[in-house]
Design a protein around this ligand. Structure first.
Ligand SMILES: Cc1cc2nc3c(=O)[nH]c(=O)nc-3n(C[C@H](O)[C@H](O)[C@H](O)COP(=O)(O)OP(=O)(O)OC[C@H]3O[C@@H](n4cnc5c(N)ncnc54)[C@H](O)[C@@H]3O)c2cc1C
Length: 336
């Protein structure tokens, strides 16, 4: 393995592709977890990705492509062999004639939404607060507030492990709620470029919607501790309610008096500690020495320094209770 690694680093060096060795993931991943990445490559173009695949074919090195890691849980104390980060593929352009936005894989979704705002183009507003890349977004058809990536994507360029380059239409990518052909098939292909088209809109109205969504996010989303957004597509509170009548009745009272029947300040509460405490009282499995979930919602894993074992246990416990009712959104990256 040592020789293989040396061969690949040498190949990266001679191809002029940036890389780093022995990266401490706990200081670089979005959740601030994970052991060591032995090698990380930073391609800047489709050609770089093709060259990296040739090196992989030659060396047999196991790999994983990463974006901003905002949906990934890397395990503490573990080694990961080879990561391909697309974060330096970050060029975006807009053709006013055709209205098409061309983005490299590593362009952040908020940046794309901002570009659309500049161009008075509607359809991207809900993407403004999702802290991931457009390629990471395509992988799981990211979306919020009724906007989904699939609604504005026209096609994408993919590089397959054999080095071939192929254009995929939105239909071929089978984008549906938080899924795509990439997520289902795990074929190891890398998305390199994406093309989007929205609808002409009024810039002030687009701005107002983005501002509103941004403010709303701060209400229900944890911004103190590193986190990965929603753990599940769906509500774990509903799952608990279906498992326990007392919890269901008490949480319904909470909903009525803390939200629904409030005359003034009819907004969601700043946190749901009361509801979480009730959940912990009714479901002892949710009690931890250091709470692995947000005060704002049980559906968000937070890093309070408790380590990834506790985080994974929490996800698995909820999964066990949910029994497939709500699909897992976050991805646990097994060491390789
Ligand atoms: C605070 C917060 C809020 C969030 N809110 C939302 C939300 O409202 N809606 C929503 O949908 N998500 C949300 N998320 C989740 C996350 O941001 C999205 O899943 C996002 O699409 C992940 O993009 P990424 O670049 O971080 O991808 P990563 O987490 O790095 O990777 C995710 C997956 O995509 C694959 N991948 C990445 N790049 C490529 C590529 N070039 N080719 C092929 N596969 C690739 C990876 O291998 C991995 O399996 C939120 C996360 C956080 C932390």
């Amino acid at each position: 393995m040592k020789d293989t690694m040396a061969t690949v680093t040498e190949a990266l060096r001679s191809a002029g592709i940036e890389y780093c060795e022995n990266l401490d993931l706990s200081t670089h991943t979005y959740l601030r977890t994970g052991g060591r990445a032995r090698l990380v490559a930073y391609p800047r173009s489709t050609e770089d990705v093709v060259a990296i695949f040739a090196m992989i074919a030659h060396s047999g090195l196991p790999y994983k492509v990463i974006g901003n890691t905002s949906n990934l849980l890397f395990e503490d104390g573990q080694d990961y062999t080879f990561l391909i980060s697309i974060m330096k593929m970050d060029a975006v352009s807009h053709d006013p004639q055709s209205g098409v936005f061309a983005a490299q894989a590593g362009v952040m979704m908020p940046e794309l939404a901002r570009q659309a705002l500049y161009a008075s183009t509607s359809g991207f507003e809900g993407l403004e607060g999702i802290p991931g890349t457009v390629a990471g977004g395509l992988f799981m058809n990211a979306g919020a507030y009724g906007y989904e990536l699939k609604d504005v994507l026209t096609h994408a360029e993919l590089v397959h492990p054999d080095g071939s380059i192929e254009q995929f239409t939105t239909q071929q990518l089978a984008l549906a709620h938080r899924t795509s052909v990439l997520r289902q098939e795990k074929a190891g292909s890398i998305v390199t470029r994406l093309f989007f088209k929205g609808k002409p809109g009024d810039r002030d109205k687009i701005f107002s919607r983005m501002e509103l969504y941004h403010a709303k996010r701060h209400k229900y989303q944890d911004f103190m501790y590193p986190n990965l957004g929603s753990i599940f597509s769906g509500s774990p509170y509903r799952v608990l309610g279906r498992r326990d009548n007392i919890y269901r009745i008490r949480s319904a009272i909470y909903f009525l008096f803390r939200y629904k029947l409030k005359v003034f300040h009819k907004e969601s509460p700043i946190n749901r500690r009361w509801l979480n405490n009730l959940a912990m009282a009714r479901f002892p499995v949710l009690r931890y020495e250091i709470q692995p979930f947000s005060d704002k919602t049980l559906n968000c894993l937070v890093n309070r320094g408790q380590g990834t074992d506790a985080m994974i246990k929490f996800i698995r416990d909820l999964e066990h209770m949910a029994q497939g009712e709500i699909p897992l959104e976050n991805e646990i990256v097994e060491p390789f």
